[in-house]
Design a protein around this ligand. Structure first.
Ligand SMILES: *[C@@H]1O[C@H](CO)[C@@H](O)[C@H](O)[C@H]1NC(C)=O
Ligand SMILES: *[C@@H]1O[C@H](CO)[C@@H](O)[C@H](O)[C@H]1NC(C)=O
Ligand SMILES: *[C@@H]1O[C@H](CO)[C@@H](O)[C@H](O)[C@H]1NC(C)=O
Length: 291
């Protein structure tokens, strides 16, 4: 099913010089061709290099990123990460950690001209809805995926294994299954609670064998100045091996991700000496997890 909006279509026309040619054919044929282009490797290459060719050549030579961050978020702490907590929503059936994103670090070339359509991830839609929902009232899940693709996925796309939205999102889902943070913590007796406080060292000890020693456990500070568990960032090599040494300075790299004004604030490493809460999810009033 193709659900491309007219607006998407317009954007596509503007950013990709090859498209006007296709549009002059017929709208139906235009869609067919567009579909073919996105599934056929050879054509897709032509399509890419048909536009902005000099920039794209740089992309080819500059696919120099080596490390990436896979970030999982705990919906029970997400609302506390917002300036306006009531902007969050947690869909009824979301009860575990969800994906925030997969971000190549220091990628040189990202392309907002690589369009993203519903049909690109149609076959993953159910899974993405479950594991990668938008937790913002103002943003649909599709919008969230689209934004992540444009900001991060397209930067990864110079590597063969990532070079389509479908492949990128498939890898993200695979990683989400690989890193089942809820279960890892639960098996160690670390469960959401309104009363219990946890220390970051406890979590790190449990997570380390599964996500490597370069992971980061992130907290946010809520309006009552409490530290609240929010995200886990896992560092990966481009071949998806856990850990990645390239730049040496782990902290600098871990700070990269989303800057201010680009979606929710990023949180900070949970302080080593201040215990934090792992709040349960409250679907009715997610910004007040404990009433
Ligand atoms: C990327 O390409 C630009 C432009 O050609 C070049 O100046 C730069 O050195 C390249 N960077 C890397 C890491 O290859
Ligand atoms: C949650 O609900 C959405 C939409 O109602 C549905 O698409 C999805 O499959 C559900 N997930 C689970 C785990 O039941
Ligand atoms: C993955 O990449 C890392 C870093 O480049 C390398 O050390 C490792 O051997 C690679 N692993 C596999 C399975 O290719």
């Amino acid at each position: 099913m193709i659900t491309t909006s007219v607006e998407d279509q317009k954007k596509t026309e503007m950013s990709c010089t090859v498209l006007p040619l296709l549009v002059t054919l017929s709208p139906a044929l235009f869609f067919l061709l567009l579909r073919d282009v996105s599934v056929t490797q050879g054509l897709w290459e032509d399509y890419k290099y048909g536009r902005h060719s000099s920039e794209l050549l740089h992309q080819e030579h500059n696919c120099s990123w080596t490390c990436m961050l896979f970030t999982l978020q705990w919906p029970g702490g997400f609302c506390q990460s917002l300036y306006k907590e009531t902007q969050c929503k947690i869909p009824q059936n979301i009860s575990s950690w969800t994906i925030h994103g997969l971000w190549p670090l220091h990628a040189q070339w990202c392309c907002s001209c690589w369009p993203f359509f519903h049909s690109d991830v149609q076959e993953l839609k159910e899974e993405l809805t479950e594991y990668w929902p938008s937790l913002l009232k103002t943003k649909s899940s599709f919008h969230f995926w689209k934004e992540e693709w444009t900001k991060h996925g397209s930067c990864a796309a110079c590597v063969e294994g990532f070079n389509s939205p479908l492949r990128y999102f498939q890898i993200c889902l695979k990683l989400r299954h690989q890193f089942d943070i809820y279960k890892l913590l639960e098996d160690a007796g670390i469960t959401p609670s309104c009363e219990r406080l946890y220390k970051v060292a406890e979590l790190q000890k449990v997570l380390l064998p599964h996500v490597g020693d370069k992971h980061e456990v992130q907290c946010v500070q809520d309006q009552k100045d409490r530290q609240v568990l929010f995200q886990v960032k896992v560092r990966l090599s481009r071949n998806l091996t856990i850990g990645c040494d390239h730049h040496g300075d782990t902290n600098v790299d871990l700070a990269v991700g989303l800057g201010p004004g680009q979606g929710p604030p990023t949180g900070h490493p949970c302080p080593p000496d201040a215990p934090f809460y792992y709040f349960p999810i409250n679907h009715q009033e997610p910004w007040r997890p404990c009433g």
